[in-house]
Design a binder for this molecule. Sequence first.
Ligand code: CA
Length: 401
Amino acid sequence: MTHPLDLPTDHPFGLHHLPLGAVSETPDGTPRLAVRVGDHALDLASVTAGTPWADALTGPTLNAFLDLGPQAWAGLRAHLQDALGDADRREELTAYLTPLTELTEHLPIEVADYVDFYASEHHASNVGAIFRPDGEPLTPNWKHLPIGYHGRSSTVVVSGTDVVRPTGQRKAPQDAEPTFGPSIKLDIEAELAFVVGGATALGSRLTVDEAADHLFGVALFNDWSARDLQAWEYVPLGPFLGKSFASSIAAWITPMAALAAARVPLPAQDPQPLPYLLGEQLFGLDLSLEVRLRDTVVSRPPYRTMYWSPTQMLAHLSVNGAVVRSGDVFASGTVSGAELGERGSLLELSWNGTEPLRLDDDRTRTFLEDGDTVTITATAPGPDGSVIGLAEVTGTIAPAR
Ligand code: CA
């Protein structure tokens, strides 16, 4: 049997990745912080004993460590890579490893504020064409600012949590009056979440370049959406109960530092955004997502096609003086590419239910049914030809209560 630290160089969770999470031995145990190495969790408190960051890594969340800022983040990463690469420490570190199959994974951050953007031009155009067929697909503001809304942080849940079908009001155009009941258009949105560290003062704002120093890492994200509830409630104010019942985030946060080789130029931004949305730190990420519904791959959304840089999103979020703090999470918005097979929501894949999908088990789907499981995974180029595999985000639909 090979040693758990003898990872092939192409392992998606090799020493070039090192995502952080929180685990416990039993489902109701107190979470402790860990770094994922291959298919094991390495206890962070043990491996960092005596370091300057040890106090911030006692758990149960990463928030105190996120507060320490980018120098500490880089310091921990270098410390872990040194320790894991040191043959003389192998026996010691082996004692700190636990197979993931023996652990429960927890939400590794206390989510402070949660914002969801709308940064895919293809997604925004598709949704515009579906909901406003007589108008322009993009709203007039779309290429001038990263559109977003403030969501509900307390219902951001860790991957694997069941999603209870939401209940609420809806009114289809042909209905005379609104009705009440479980959503009949329950959908997914395949997204990438960014985890923020460090605080800003009320009334101040971040430049695009300063925003880069507040990006700790990324995690796959599913912004579950009840399209029937959403369509009735969102005019004129925007998303509310059609979104806030659950948003799932992967259990392991991939540091931005692991994605250096995945940075790509943004698509051309025309018209040029206003100066506060410009800077040196403008980039996209070459992440290839895969969406599976009941074990059928229904979409492969390419994150590299996203219009806005995460630094532009964070600069815009704070431009009015709103506070940024450790544990903030902002998501990209649905990732959709130009092709049919690259759309990140069932709304787009089934064109609002008019073109059902056929799954490998011969079932058809327009929107989600009870018992359906949706899993989103992604890969990205790592250093020296290696591959980074982002931790999955998965969830199963439970019946309405
Ligand atoms: Ca969304």
